[in-house]
Ligand binder design. Structure first.
Ligand code: GLU
Length: 292
């Protein structure tokens, strides 16, 4: 059984970019008679905007999405993340890191997704909770077939380096939490924006060292405006709730789908039924960004 999900961060109201991800993950799951769950990724409290979880869920509801199971909040699951982290600590494949951002910027080279940590603190014995905790990665290639973007092969050590599992401010890192939650929620297919494609190999690596099941990934293009990703923070294109159908049609168009037939449906229920039936993931553009 296909089990998919949509995992927004509540950092502001929903915008066109996140609606695209919601539509793609929903249609891909429902086209295969699957389950679709919603998880609120609210670990990064400093970035969380109070009440925006509710706004996002209302926006989904108003657009006719139906999620299965109760919505999961990451902020309620800190003990779970700690218990998985403890397993890695016991294996002695984590270490504390006292490097400041500046020190890293001065000594590291830039990789495909930020700085490649040069391992400065790998052999130091630090044990303060005020330091970031990193995983000691192996010199290993991770290879996977993305449902949309095709084959990806990356070397974890050379292209990312030892990455953070818990930040120095005590916040569990996205990479760690997402892998644990997807596994515990039995998610087996993840459709999300291509801005996260380079996180996938680190997530597969964590699945491997935590003995968690593998998942299938598909990364849809990200909408950009003036070459910048639409984001809740910059308030780009918040969703206008009075045009629900137009919003959804714009998403289908963006995702390369045949939206003309769907457009003729005059109720939201029929709209979704037709869109689910006609969904064809092979039509989604195999590119990382689309300027709108
Ligand atoms: N919470 C992330 C975001 O809103 C998505 C995480 C994921 O889909 O893995 O960008």
């Amino acid at each position: 059984m296909y089990i998919g999900r949509f995992a927004p961060s509540p950092t502001g109201p929903m915008h066109f970019g996140s609606l695209i991800t919601a539509v793609a993950s929903y249609l891909d799951a429902k086209h295969q008679h699957g389950i679709w769950k919603v998880r609120i990724e609210d670990l990064d409290q400093p970035r969380t905007v109070k009440g925006s979880d509710k706004t996002i869920l209302d926006t989904l509801h108003q657009h006719g999405f139906h999620w299965d199971d109760e919505v999961v909040y990451q902020s309620h699951r800190l003990d779970i993340y700690q218990s998985f982290l403890s397993k890695l600590n016991e294996k002695k494949i984590t270490y504390y890191c006292e490097c400041s951002r500046k020190e890293i910027a001065d000594s590291a080279i830039t990789g495909i997704d930020g700085m490649i940590y040069p391992g400065t603190c790998r052999n130091k014995i630090l044990d303060s909770n005020h330091h970031a905790l990193r995983v000691k990665v192996e010199d290993l290639f991770i290879e996977f077939e993305d449902k949309i973007q095709g084959g990806i092969k990356q070397n974890i050590l050379k292209e990312f380096g030892d990455f953070i599992l818990k930040r120095s401010d005590g916040i569990y890192a996205y990479q760690l939490a997402v892998v644990i939650d997807d596994a515990l929620q039995n998610i087996n297919t993840i459709i999300r924006g291509s801005d996260l494609i380079d996180s996938s190999s680190r997530q597969i690596y964590l699945q491997k060292i935590l003995s968690l099941p593998k998942v299938t990934y598909g990364h849809v293009p990200v909408a950009t405006l003036n070459q910048k990703k639409l984001s809740k923070e910059n308030q780009s294109m918040p969703i206008n709730i009075s045009n629900v159908k137009d919003n959804l049609i714009a998403c289908l168009k963006f995702l390369g789908q045949d939206y003309e037939v769907v457009r003729k449906e005059n109720t939201l229920t029929n709209f979704w039924a037709t869109a689910i039936q006609l969904w064809d993931i092979s039509l989604v553009p195999k590119i990382k960004t689309i300027e709108i």
